[in-house]
Design a protein. Structure first.
Length: 532
């Protein structure tokens, strides 16, 4: 179905190829998982399949790409659109209409499909992705996860033979991610659809793949083969695979079901509890006080009577289904939304009475879309602008820039970076202001396991210095590693509020892989097990 021969590609104004001498064959009907570090070239490779690279991005292209009997280099994206469906990392970038149902119909209208066909396919996609309740909604009122599912649906309506997805679950809650991946598996098995997925949250998708393709980057040759074999060789293995390797389980498990076959032969669950790293400093005072907060969009309730306190230096994770109110709550906390009822005080400042500029001197906010924070010519200029805007002296390259893997990117144009690199760049631009409260909305989107490790180290160090961190995320593995407390929202209300270990152990959905495997509050991470 797909043949890549000696593919090399270099972006404009760059001297080093992002893809170097890649040869790859993908047979019809394969479910292929593409993995690699942030910035290794995974998104670039995916865009070669439909001609976006090089037609849209320019640059220097060498080698050949064949999809079926077509040449993307000759036909371009329009000539490939009915054969290859591409879902971007950033769903907002591919929306062209205002309403969900119109977005699902748009591509079919451009291909002059009969109205009866369009109606039928729209209904099928709405049901497949469980988004029928969104059909009349405006796209700009959807949560990040809802937008991602609509983006997938808009591509599926064309019923392409090849479906290419760039981190399709990065903004989905665990249940929604499982539903989407199950749908893709069904399309693959029942219809023979060739599916190629790039993903960092490998614990979600590894079990569905026929093969895994590891793209190391830096000009190194790719590796492709059986998922167990390839994941066991990479530094990006999910927690269950890491544990299986350390304990010498053979074959290495990819699912909780497979892992439980080994658990009965080990007695580690009966040993004493490991030391708990909470990411929380001694209690000083309430940094955040929220009382009976309500907010609605055009009559649709997003927050309904939210109340809680967060102490200085505490690390709190906000979790919940897509559309549960997490992003709305963060925006309210930083003053971008004004509650229609209730009060929010950040370091004693009432968000409804405090000027937004004054509030942002104390509160840093990294939104889901990092590009909204990046507008200077270089990352160095971005950080310098932040320091100047907050009347802070110029700073030398800080250790946390190196920890975020940004030291070598300071002269790059931020919007030319990969999604994961932009996410880290946006975080750096906010950290440069030295906020006392840090609000993060899905901060691990586009980040590999190693980058998340570095992010964890930075955030925990900030908490020890007294910075309060509130993070809205679906990344349960990150929460297990660094959050002291979890608040789960549902329908705009606080459903659960408690210590991370307790909340995860009592949840069937919002639990880490290791906790699902052992169902013991002492064990959330691989380190918890190995250190016991």
């Amino acid at each position: 179905m797909i043949e890549l021969t000696h593919l090399t590609y270099t972006y404009p104004n760059q001297t080093t190829p992002i893809l170097h001498d890649i040869s790859l064959t993908i047979p019809t009907g394969e479910f292929l998982l593409l993995v690699g570090a942030s910035g290794a070239g995974k998104s670039t490779l995916l865009r070669c399949f439909n001609g976006l690279v090089p037609h849209f991005y320019g640059g220097k292209f060498q080698g050949q790409v064949r999809v079926g009997e077509r040449n993307p280099l000759e036909l371009g994206p329009r000539g490939m659109s009915d054969l290859v469906g591409l879902v971007f990392q950033d769903p907002e970038s591919q929306f062209v209409t205002e309403r969900v149902e119109d977005e699902l119909a748009f591509a079919m209208e451009n291909h002059h499909f009969p109205e009866s066909t369009m109606r039928k396919r729209i209904e099928e996609v709405l049901d497949q992705l469980s988004i029928a309740h969104l059909r009349q909604r405006r796209v700009d009122t959807l949560s990040g996860g809802e937008r991602q599912r609509v983006a997938i649906g808009s591509v599926l309506t064309l019923q392409p033979a090849v479906l290419v997805l760039d981190e399709p679950t990065s903004q989905l809650d665990p249940q929604a991610a499982e539903e989407v991946l199950t749908t893709l598996q069904k399309l693959n098995e029942d219809l023979g659809l060739t599916i190629i997925i790039s993903e960092h949250r490998l614990e979600r998708v590894a079990q569905y793949a026929d093969r895994v393709c590891y793209l190391p980057g830096n000009g190194q040759p790719l590796s492709i083969g059986d998922p167990r074999a390839i994941l066991a060789q990479t530094p990006l293995a999910p927690p269950l695979v890491q544990l299986g390797q350390h304990l010498q389980w053979h074959p290495v498990p990819l699912t909780i079901k497979e892992g439980r076959r080994f658990v009965a032969t080990y007695s580690f669950v009966k040993k004493t509890s490991p030391t708990v790293t909470t990411g929380k400093m001694p209690v000083l005072q309430n940094a955040i006080a929220i009382r009976d907060v309500w907010h609605a969009y055009n009559g649709l309730a997003a927050l309904q009577g939210i109340s809680f306190n967060i102490q200085a230096g505490e690390f709190v994770a906000l979790m919940g289904r897509n559309g549960s109110g997490k992003s709305s709550l963060l925006k309210s906390m930083v003053g971008l939304l004004k509650p229609q009822r209730g009060t929010i005080k950040m370091l004693g400042l009432d968000t409804q009475k405090t000027d937004l500029l004054e509030l942002t001197r104390q509160v840093g906010f990294v939104p889901q879309n990092p590009s909204r924070l990046l507008f200077n010519e270089t990352l160095a200029a971005e950080i310098a602008f932040t320091r100047q805007a907050h009347h802070l002296p110029a700073m030398a390259t800080a250790d946390w820039l190196a920890q975020l893997g940004l030291s070598g990117l300071l002269d790059r144009y931020p919007r030319d970076l990969s999604v994961g690199e932009r996410q880290r760049a946006a975080l750096a631009s906010i950290l440069a202001a030295e906020p006392q409260i840090l609000l993060l909305d899905e901060p691990t989107r586009g980040l590999d396991y190693l980058s998340k490790e570095k992010l964890t180290t930075i955030l925990q160090a900030l908490c020890r210095q007294g910075v309060t961190v509130v993070m809205a995320t679906h990344d349960v593995e990150l929460v297990a590693r660094c959050a002291a407390r979890v608040i789960i929202l549902g329908e705009g209300q606080v459903v659960v509020d408690g210590p991370t270990r307790q909340v995860m152990t009592e949840s069937l959905v919002f639990a880490s892989q290791i906790n699902k495997l052992l169902r013991d509050s002492r064990f959330l991470t691989v380190e918890d097990v190995l250190g016991n």
